[in-house]
Design a binder for this molecule. Structure first.
Ligand code: G3P
Length: 223
């Protein structure tokens, strides 16, 4: 399972890339607005320059024609853009048009297997089931990820699943076990994935044991 960062914060994106574990980014209007009143195009271009893989950038229009026009503009900003389009009837129409042109679409706000089936049929490169938001209304969001992965692999379809609206590390584990191609995680969750108290205790003990016998001599020869 690949990891994307679900943020528009450049410092967090840079750190994730530095760690060598983040290969893409997903943004949405809410995440961009968290960064304050920014120049959307300039911010997306900067993110795309830092990130090796796809950067999902959402359209704001609600109708097919507007979505297609916005997508045509957005893809000129960088080569690694995936256009994020909601799973609505207008979104499906727009995705069908864009997919035929070879534009990668991430069909977002997916809350049912039916929507995922339609996303795959319309040619979306990615489909994003929102796990946390389904959990919020008393459903099991990860069950949807399992169903979509099964469906896509049963019919050998190329659409990739991005497990989205990830709220905690248990979601990451379940997404990986479900076979999601990608999980897009908030920066805080990425940091929690590496954290373990036994690792911290172990590192401290190794250092203390070494220092007790060797003093502060390191491994590299002293200058
Ligand atoms: O990737 C989708 C994500 O940004 C939505 O997350 O936490 O607002 O449900 P959340």
């Amino acid at each position: 399972m690949r990891l994307f960062l679900d943020t528009a914060n450049l410092a967090h994106i840079r750190h994730g890339i530095e760690l060598g574990v983040v290969t893409g980014v997903t943004t949405n209007p809410s995440l961009v607005s968290k960064e304050g009143k920014v120049d959307y195009k300039a911010l997306v271009k900067e993110i795309c320059a830092v990130v090796p893989g796809p950067v999902s950038t959402e359209v704001l229009s609600l109708e097919c024609d507007g979505m297609v026009d916005e997508a045509h503009e957005i893809v000129t900003w960088a080569e690694n853009i995936a256009v994020k389009i909601p799973a609505t009837t207008e979104g499906l129409k727009a995705t069908s048009v864009l997919a035929k042109e070879g534009i990668k679409v991430n069909m977002t706000l997916c809350f049912s297997l039916n929507q995922a089936i339609l996303a795959a049929q319309s040619g979306a490169a990615f489909v994003s089931p929102f796990v946390g938001r389904l959990d919020d209304i008393g459903e099991n969001g990860m069950d949807l990820v399992v169903d979509i992965v099964d469906y896509l692999s049963y019919y050998n379809l190329p659409t990739q699943v991005i497990a989205a609206s990830i709220r905690h590390t248990a979601h990451c584990l379940s997404a990986a076990k479900a076979g999601a191609h990608i999980a897009t995680v908030p920066y805080g969750v990425l940091l929690q994935m590496v954290a373990h108290p036994l690792t911290d205790i172990g590192v401290r003990r190794f250092t203390d044991d070494w220092n007790k016998v060797m003093g502060n001599a390191g491994i590299l020869p002293q200058q």
